[in-house]
Design a protein around this ligand. Sequence first.
Ligand code: NAD
Ligand code: IPM
Ligand code: MN
Length: 358
Amino acid sequence: MNYKITVLPGDGIGPDIIRESLEVLKAIGNKYGHSFELTEADLGGIAIDKHGEPLPQSTIDACKSSDAVLLGAVGGPKWDTVPGNLRPEAGLLGIRAALGLYANLRPAIIYSALMDASPLKSEIISNGIDIMVIRELTGGIYFGKRGRLETDGGEAAFDTEMYNRTEVERIAKVGFETAMRRGKKLMSVDKANVLESSRFWRQVVEEVAKDYPEVALSHMYVDNAAMQLVRNPAQFDVVLTSNIFGDILSDEASMITGSIGMLPSASLGAARLGLYEPIHGSAPDIAGQDKANPIATILSVAMMLRYSLDLPEEAAAIEKAVVNILDKGCRTGDIASAGTTAVGTREMGRLIREELLK
Ligand code: NAD
Ligand code: IPM
Ligand code: MN
């Protein structure tokens, strides 16, 4: 089969981790007889530099005419002073919205070889961690009205958190469907003790729950969830939450697994087209130094094969190659611990490919 993939390398470490991930994709193509037609397009800072805007129409068009989109990361100090609606990050929000990708799946799995890389004590993680964070991605405070104004107290600024019924219903359904395929346990995380939008979220989630009697639904306030994630992460299976809470909790969950450089993500909507990206950013502090961990992006390729291209065997092959490589003690700097030697981005990519082709 021939698959059309739009590739958005973006900024900072984006091009480095994408390069290694595309090599892995090529290796999959050779091994299983698929061809991947790759179209590169600009998003983020590079698009600002080349086109004067973070999300050119040509990038949206390229994404819309493909089977899946693979993204590195966007942003960096160079563009930190441009107006908010023209920042690289605005381009990322724009492409998520333009493609209708309201459901962001962020799996946090601790691999047994990486127990030492986790900052948590071994007794807390000894039974393993396998959490699926489901983050609402095209609503909430990220997309609400924002602005600056003059008040009696002087200058002020605001952002608005708002969710409508449709938005909560459709992400709740993704949560329950995911729970049905996993441990039939769903934890909805909100701030319903303070926010009206959270009280509404909780009410709608309860209503959707009626269609899923087999799923044990519980609710937790986000501050408690942040604490429970480090106290006893094994209590979580599927976590359903809003755009901003999901952003924050998934970074926290990633560190439990050893590094933010380990977590992939899938952004999905009503159509088959999905966008796949690591949850981390463009890491300007290590950009261009061959230090970035490419595993989050390589695992995002696996998610792309599974969710958008319906190639579960190929996806599993990538995941197995990653596990095997970690079992052999191969590490990038972020996950290195006593007794292991860190390799660079390129070498990690090469080792995973070599393992894949065995
Ligand atoms: P970041 O995720 O880029 O980096 C945080 C820390 O984690 C840094 O120390 C970095 O070196 C490290 N890190 C991140 N990815 C790594 C990897 N693959 N391997 C090893 N170490 C890794 O977050 P930040 O520093 O807050 O943001 C930097 C820029 O990235 C900002 O412009 C921000 O807006 C942007 N950002 C983009 C995305 C995205 O494109 N999806 C996500 C988050 C942040
Ligand atoms: C992420 C990032 C983005 C987000 C930023 C860069 C807009 O942090 O993908 O997690 O907050 O969604
Ligand atoms: Mn984030």
